[in-house]
Design a protein around this ligand. Structure first.
Ligand code: AMP
Length: 409
């Protein structure tokens, strides 16, 4: 296994790595860092929790430190959400501690004064710009951004950006960038539209595939099969029983997040909620309190499920089974990041069983189904696959039976 010393990074970056306490590179870092240092275009399939942020930041900082400053923006990193942009920026600040590399995060939803500051950074040529697509696009319609000598473009969580409908924004941004540049695309999944985008924007890319849609090792997974009406009470019990410093509960809708939050507070538990009704400063405040361990329980919609770097989450509860099996892997990836371990519990009602079945297929293992705790009625039987229909006409009763009506084509 390679050490960081084998990777040929600049000394300033090496100092930052030891300050961060990283002892050895993660597999994605071992694979990706040499390719970026060697100027290859790259398509990397890697999920959050694998150390992928450092896999691109470390070599980029190292390269910038060894390049003459042209006064232009050197690198643009595009991320789907502001939370992820902020998190990349935070890691950036840690890694660049011993390096003379400037960076700024550019994302929507904050004050007008920030816009001016962003404009200044773009027109003065900050080394690294970390941006969400919409906000960056709105800057680039003006011509103050100094991009003529742009060297690197990173698209982080590209599948998420496409899911969120950012494809046109991304294409417009790319149309304003110099054609000779190094482009790196990171994605947790590789559906066809990502491949198509990669084909359009990458030049002879190297491909790295480390995701395999498997949850990070060390996550203990379990599920309760139950009726919808039992969920609130069960979550309160699960959370109350465990005196854990960091618990993250995911629900699919704002309505569920709000009622769960209310119920937990009613039970005397110290909980916060994060969803799209909160303003950007409110979201940041909630997330920071959770990160700092000031409020131990956070109820969240999908917004925070990907890419948010909150360390040491002890327990993740899925109040609903995520609709997209890959999202399950991302959600439970909040626990057991890098080398720590955690528990993920999923609540499965009758309607969710098929989805849970798909997840089990994706992760190629069966999640342990816990019996309901004492004092709870038993839940329904777990049937992940609906009974197979017999072939032929439905309801066709053989001789004398009636064939159902089918319109002529
Ligand atoms: P990411 O996949 O980029 O979201 O990173 C997940 C977490 O792993 C972050 O908290 C990083 O600080 C941490 N991390 C990244 N690289 C390493 C490493 N080589 N050793 C230990 N922790 C790491």
């Amino acid at each position: 296994m390679a050490t960081f010393y084998d990777l040929d990074l600049d000394d300033g970056v090496m100092d930052a790595i030891s300050m961060m306490g990283y002892e050895e590179p993660t597999p994605v870092q071992e694979a990706v860092i040499p390719l970026i240092l060697d100027n290859h275009d790259l398509i990397a399939c890697a999920q959050t929790g694998t150390g992928k942020t450092a896999a691109f930041l470390l070599p980029l900082i190292s390269k910038i430190m060894n390049t003459d400053d042209t006064g232009d923006v050197n690198t643009i990193i595009i991320s789907p959400t502001r939370e992820l942009a902020q998190q990349i920026d935070q890691q950036m600040q840690g890694f660049a501690y011993f390096a003379n590399v400037s960076s700024i995060a550019i994302y929507g939803g904050n004050a007008g004064s920030d816009y001016d500051q962003e404009k200044k950074a773009l027109s003065k040529g900050a080394d690294i710009i970390i941006a969400t697509p919409g906000r960056l696009k709105s800057h680039l319609v003006h011509s103050y951004a100094r991009l003529e000598n742009l060297q690197h473009l990173v698209l982080d969580e590209a599948d998420r950006m496409l899911d969120m409908g950012f494809i046109d924004d991304i294409k417009q941004i790319i149309s304003k960038l110099p054609k000779t540049r190094q482009t790196m695309l990171f994605s947790a999944t590789m559906p066809n539209d990502i491949r198509k985008l990669a084909h359009e924007i990458l030049n002879n890319p190297q491909e790295i595939n480390l995701a395999m849609s498997k949850p990070a090792e060390g996550v203990l997974q379990a599920a309760y099969v139950l009726h919808e009406t039992q969920k609130l009470e069960l979550v309160v019990k699960l959370v109350k029983d465990k005196d854990l410093p960091r618990i993250l509960v995911f629900a699919s809708t704002k309505v569920d997040v709000k009622s769960l939050h209310r119920e937990l507070r009613k039970a005397g538990l110290d909980a916060n909620a994060i969803h799209s009704d909160l303003s950007q400063p409110e979201r940041e405040d909630v997330l920071n309190k959770f990160k700092a361990g000031l409020v131990p329980i956070l109820v969240a919609t999908d917004v925070v499920s990907r890419g948010i770097d909150v360390q040491n989450i002890d327990l993740v509860i899925n109040y609903n089974v995520p609709g997209d099996a890959e999202d399950y892997v991302h959600r439970i990836g909040r626990t057991a990041r890098a080398k720590s371990s955690g528990v993920a519990i999923t609540l499965v009602n009758k309607e969710d069983m098929g989805r849970m079945g798909k997840i089990e297929k994706l992760i190629e293992s069966t999640v342990y189904k816990c019996p309901m705790p004492e004092g709870f009625e038993p839940g329904p039987e777990y049937r992940p696959h609906p009974p197979q229909r017999k072939s032929g006409y439905r309801n066709y009763k053989g001789k004398g039976g009636k064939k159902p009506y089918r319109p002529k084509r």
